[in-house]
Design a protein around this ligand. Structure first.
Ligand code: ZN
Length: 189
């Protein structure tokens, strides 16, 4: 499993969440549920893909390029590193972690989305294949786990295909990608 966060430098919440997860795993590695997970799963984690953007903070990297629109051109060192990692690891699933604007609502309910999930498309028709169906199932499991903690506040993110984005291209390259977006007080999308 490959997880990466903060490809947009002004979207910090998943970086913090990933370190919380890693601390939890380290502190509880002998607990049966953690030991079982570690026995079956290898985690590859990039907690901060865009440290130059995070330093400012700004969405783009030091070259002024949006790394999440660089999946095809690979003009950025960060994009090339993520692509190389994906090719080397060939993960069974990827988690592409972002922030979203805190004003984003869950459908027409008027409730703010604490988190939105997306099984990333690989074509304009937003087709399904076994990999995308699996990503949808993973998103559904995450939704069911989080829903009791934030009732009615888990959204489904727009699944329009973005030809230059990493999640969409990783899906096309054969990695099932579930995208998670947490509400953020800053102006992220
Ligand atoms: Zn983002």
């Amino acid at each position: 499993m490959l997880l990466w966060s903060q490809m947009h430098g002004d979207e910090p919440t998943a970086t913090v969440a990933l370190f919380d997860v890693l601390n939890y795993i380290q502190a509880n590695r002998t607990a049966p549920h953690v030991a079982r997970m570690l026995d079956r799963l290898t985690l590859h984690v990039v907690p901060m893909l865009n440290p130059d953007g995070a330093e400012k903070p700004q969405r783009r990297n030091a070259q002024g390029i949006d790394i999440n629109r660089d999946a095809l051109m690979l003009q950025t060192p960060e994009g090339r590193a993520l692509k190389a990692l994906r090719d080397r690891v060939n993960p069974s699933i990827g988690f592409n972690l972002h922030n979203q604007n805190w004003r984003t609502s869950v459908g027409r309910t008027g409730k703010s989305a604490a988190m939105s999930l997306l099984a990333v498309s690989f074509d304009q028709a937003r087709s399904d294949n076994p990999g995308r169906i699996r990503a949808k199932k993973v998103a559904a499991i995450v939704r069911d786990a989080v829903e009791p903690l934030a009732p009615g506040m888990i959204g489904r993110y727009d699944d329009d295909f973005e030809v230059r984005a990493f999640g969409d291209n990783l899906t096309k390259w054969g990695t099932r990608v579930a995208q998670g977006l947490q509400a953020c007080p800053c102006r992220c999308a």
